[in-house]
Ligand binder design. Structure first.
Ligand SMILES: [Zn+2]
Length: 384
């Protein structure tokens, strides 16, 4: 009897010690929160002390996944390992050069350098503060955009309007930046779109840098009307989807759908069409990002366009390559993209610009945006 009690006691002690050491030690699943703005990263499991495995969440009605973004509490002094179990299904692909990011204030983001690929994509980081945000790439949140636009809308050369609402009721923003004292006939028009695909945040950061540069350079406002849709898919951004909107639609395949267009695209389409009733659009640039290591351009192929357009396109690409790091060109006629349809419908010179997805800081992207504004200026000034 005494032996049994002693054994039971020893066993309880062992279990308690094990639980204290391996079970309760370190971070718990309850320390991870994905229900945040732009949050994603479903099905977390705790595989060991401070080791978590999770699946990338899929978009609505789609197999597409890539984005993750979550908050971690009680992280100070903890070295934590995360494994993405289904990383090989990712839209862009996770590779040895992929660097997830973390931030203690959602403003300053650092790369996680300790990355390994085996049967999972694994990354490890020791944290210095209790609350930390972790993401596939630097988030560009809808609330961040709204705050930024609120801060510039009082400027005399900035007009901000909402073209309408997204399916979930978010604003579809259109900025017009120009020197109002000069009539539109004396200026050229550059139309910018970004954020068709919700997780392509580096493309949206490029456009943020472009806007800042246009705001800082009066000559760019005297010569041009800048029409800018900075986030076409706010629902996807808010919900933390990789590419699609809340209805499970790829907004950059919606431009040829006529009355069946998603509201986000229909509103921007209508604004473009209305502008063209009375004015010209000299250039349209649509900003995205991809898994490519280097930023590059996508254009409609020469055989698809009339020769005059082809010559202008080559000259535009030369200017982009001279001023920015965007290098290399892909030539496709993907139907339903704003690039192809704005040419087909209205003959507008159009280009898709793909920033790299990973290992680029938002500061780098914004710098590229400023240079992009200068490259457009050099191209159009050379034409006139
Ligand atoms: Zn895209």
């Amino acid at each position: 009897m005494k032996t049994t009690i002693a054994l039971s006691f020893a066993l309880c002690f062992l279990i308690a010690s094990f639980t204290a050491y391996y079970g309760d030690a370190g971070l718990q699943l309850s320390d991870i929160e994905t229900d945040i703005e732009s949050g994603s990263g479903a099905h977390f499991g705790r595989s060991n002390v401070n080791e978590f495995t999770y699946m990338l969440e899929r978009d609505v009605n789609a197999s597409i996944c890539h984005w993750f973004h979550f908050k971690l509490e009680n992280a100070s002094g903890q070295e934590v390992t995360f494994r993405i179990a289904n990383f090989d299904e990712s839209l862009f692909g996770y590779n040895p050069r992929t660097r997830p990011v973390y931030s203690y204030d959602q403003e300053n983001w650092s790369f996680i350098e300790d990355v390994r690929i085996t049967n999972a994509f694994t990354f490890k980081q020791r944290f210095e503060r209790d609350t930390v945000w972790i993401a596939a790439a630097t988030p560009y949140k809808y609330s961040e955009l709204e705050e930024y636009l609120g801060s510039i809308e009082g400027l005399p050369y900035v007009e901000r309007e909402s073209l309408g609402s997204s399916s979930d009721g978010h604003r579809i923003e259109l900025l017009t930046i120009t020197d109002q004292s000069i009539a539109p006939e004396g200026k050229q028009t550059i139309w910018i779109t970004a954020g068709h695909h919700s997780s392509e945040t580096s493309g949206m950061w490029v456009v943020k840098g472009l806007i800042d540069h246009v705001l800082s350079d009066p000559s760019l406002r005297r010569r041009y009307v800048w029409k800018i849709n900075p986030m076409l898919n706010p629902d996807g951004v808010v919900e933390g989807y990789t590419r699609y909107d809340s209805d499970g639609c790829d907004l950059n395949r919606e431009w040829d759908d006529g009355p069946g267009m998603e509201p986000e695209v229909a509103q921007v389409y209508e604004a473009m069409r209305e502008w063209l009733d009375e004015n010209e659009t000299d250039l349209l640039a649509d900003f995205h990002c991809s898994g490519s290591y280097r930023p590059f351009a996508i254009v409609v192929p020469e055989e698809y366009v009339y020769p005059e357009y082809g010559d202008r396109l080559e000259s535009l690409l030369e200017s982009i390559q001279e001023f920015t790091d965007y290098d290399g060109v892909e030539r496709t006629t993907t139907q339903g993209t704003v690039r192809v349809e704005s040419f087909d419908l209205w003959g507008v010179l159009s280009v898709t610009l793909e920033m790299s997805e990973s290992s680029v800081t938002k500061e780098y992207c914004m710098g590229q945006g400023a240079l992009m504004a200068r490259s457009f200026d050099a191209f159009l000034a050379g034409e006139s």
